[in-house]
Design a protein around this ligand. Structure first.
Ligand SMILES: [Zn+2]
Length: 195
């Protein structure tokens, strides 16, 4: 796979990423979140884990130099470039349930969760297998003393990007996020490239 691919607003894709390959995710218009999940291509029961990642990286502020770890304590992806430096690994993908909870005035959308389930189904991944996503460009500041969190518009500007290198053969799920608050109130595409 070569060249740049576009994920339409409020949709998602899935693809294999070979060990050593680099995935660059670009926010082409700015202020748009992209949820990323990763599985071991050979056994999708091995999956990206925010808890393991926080354990081993000793931070929740993940950027260039940090690795993203699996539930089996193997490194899956290494962040090798990051022009934004603000991403979230605390919150789950937006879903029909979160739309009902936060946006009762808006039509329910299947969200990143439903988009990931649909995109990953050919690999045998089901709804119960969707982990907390690494939410690229998502701006969730944490107040240290109280632990309170907020969802603010992304800090990413048009053309900002993050690059991860696969440390094992991975199955990747990737979205253009569907939720209002996390994307500054509008829905834009996401671009990606594999090198
Ligand atoms: Zn979303």
């Amino acid at each position: 796979m070569s060249g740049t691919h576009r994920i339409s607003p409020r949709s998602g894709v899935a693809f294999a990423l070979d060990a050593g390959a680099r995935l660059t995710v670009i926010d082409p218009e700015g202020s748009q979140v992209s949820d990323l999940v990763a599985y071991c291509l050979a056994d999708v029961r091995e999956v990206i884990s925010n808890g393991r990642t926080f354990d081993y990286e000793e931070t929740i502020a993940l950027t260039t130099g940090n690795k993203l770890w699996s539930n089996r304590s193997n490194p899956m992806l290494a962040i090798v470039d990051d022009t934004v430096g603000k991403h979230d690994f605390l919150l789950t993908p937006c879903s029909e349930d979160t739309f009902r909870h936060f946006y009762p005035e808006h039509p329910v959308h299947r969200g990143c969760f439903g988009n990931l389930v649909a995109a990953l189904a050919p690999w045998g991944v089901t709804a119960d297998d969707i982990p907390t996503a690494f939410n690229l460009f998502m701006n969730v500041p944490v107040d240290g003393p109280s632990g309170a969190i907020k969802v603010l518009p992304p800090l990413s500007k048009a053309g900002d990007k993050i690059t991860v290198q696969a440390e094992m053969d991975c199955l990747i799920g990737l979205t253009a996020c569907s939720a209002y608050a996390s994307n500054g109130g509008s829905f834009k595409p996401i671009d990606y490239r594999i090198d």
